[in-house]
Design a binder for this molecule. Structure first.
Ligand code: HEM
Length: 337
């Protein structure tokens, strides 16, 4: 379903009356509330379908969809507003919007209970966001539009949807990645991808990960120790999975991550290693959900180990790198079972 592109604001000037602009908005419902988004940012509306979940993402990023080869993250608005999670119903849709954040354009999907209509709201019918009493955070609201004696919450698109985690999804923005991570283990069990180099991470991400990893090498033993202590605080039940000497285990872990980081430019040789590692992990009793906990503990460790060098771009780079490593490892596990 393609949205109506005629979305310019029109102004009506009559004699001495002030200029009143009329904007067009797409309205949609979420529970009992009616929301609106300016139609200029709407690209299309699609039926809710299968989503692919991405590890290490906040709960309001419900997953990603493949939209004609592009990977588009889908935001669960209930979760974004801190109201729980959406339930999928018959009329659940994904509204694809284009947002521009700090010069970069992203397409994102927003999951809504039902799309209502495209309506005109005159600027003199829009009141400022209420300071209290709304179910939605004040800075997410651009204004309250009065429509037939009812208020519609007009969302501030940039505040609501410009989430820093979207930047870390940039590395998923190609169908090549999508095919590689989704089908590679099953279609290419020997790790072969003839004639085509597998490129899942941007050069910038690889450089940031490699440079920051180099800084952890002198403190590898302490980092491993920190990592396992943090992991067992996050989930004490994971301790039971480990049977050997934790110092030796720490060395193996750091060595493996170092190896993986050195091979990020040559994923075709790394992927078979990760498949093997993933399969061995299944035999240790590791479950898919554990990867998220381990990833969070790993980021904590990097943060503590790198201090001021753990900048936002470095964090994003590691979210992407760990996302790829864990995805390849877990998919190998599924293909093995
Ligand atoms: C990117 C993610 C991970 C990497 C790079 C990694 C790396 C390693 C390495 C190199 C070993 C040594 C044994 C081997 O090579 O098979 C190992 C063992 C192990 N890992 Fe991981 N691992 C990862 C994720 C996880 C997760 C999510 C868990 C869940 C708690 C986990 C739990 C274990 C356990 C239980 C062992 C065996 C310990 C033992 O033998 O006592 N690992 N891991």
């Amino acid at each position: 379903m393609q949205a109506n592109p005629a979305s310019e604001k029109s102004s009506h000037i009559s004699n001495n009356r002030p200029i009143v602009e009329t904007g067009q908005y797409l309205t949609f419902s979420l529970g009992d509330e009616l929301f609106a988004v300016g139609i200029l940012v709407i690209k299309e509306i699609i039926q809710f379908g299968q989503l692919t979940t991405v590890p290490m993402m906040p709960s309001y990023i419900r997953g990603v969809i493949n939209l004609r080869g592009a990977v588009v993250p889908v935001i669960d608005l209930y979760a974004r507003f801190g109201l729980g999670t959406s339930t999928v119903g018959k009329r659940t849709c994904i509204v694809i919007i284009e947002i521009n954040n700090e010069g970069e354009t992203h397409d994102i999907g927003i999951m809504v209970d039902a799309v209502s209509a495209v309506i005109d709201i005159a600027s003199d019918q829009i009141e400022p966001a209420p300071t209290f009493g709304s179910s939605v955070r004040n800075d997410f609201i651009e204004g309250m539009g009065k429509v037939n004696d009812r208020f519609v919450i007009i969302l501030d698109v940039v505040c609501t949807f410009s989430v820093s985690e979207l930047a870390s999804l940039e590395n998923l923005q190609s169908s090549e990645h999508n095919n590689a991570t989704r089908n590679f283990p099953k279609n290419n069990p020997n790790g072969e991808n003839r004639g085509k180099k597998t490129q899942l991470l941007s050069d910038k991400t690889i450089k940031l990960a490699q440079e920051s990893w180099a800084k952890t090498i002198p403190i590898a033993a302490q980092a491993a120790n920190l990592f396992y202590s943090g992991l067992f605080v996050r989930d004490p039940s994971l301790k039971a999975l480990f049977h050997g000497d934790m110092v030796i285990q720490g060395e193996k872990l750091m060595k493996m991550i170092g190896f993986a980081v050195s091979k990020l430019n040559d994923l075709d040789s790394l992927i078979p290693e990760l498949h093997g590692l993933g399969r061995r992990h299944a035999t240790y009793g590791v479950q898919a959900s554990h990867y998220e906990t381990v990833g969070a503990a790993f980021l904590d460790t990097l943060k503590q180990g790198l201090g001021d060098d753990f900048t936002e771009p470095v964090r994003d780079a590691w979210v992407s790198v760990y996302g790829v490593l864990s995805k390849v490892m877990t998919e190998a596990t599924f293909s093995a079972s």
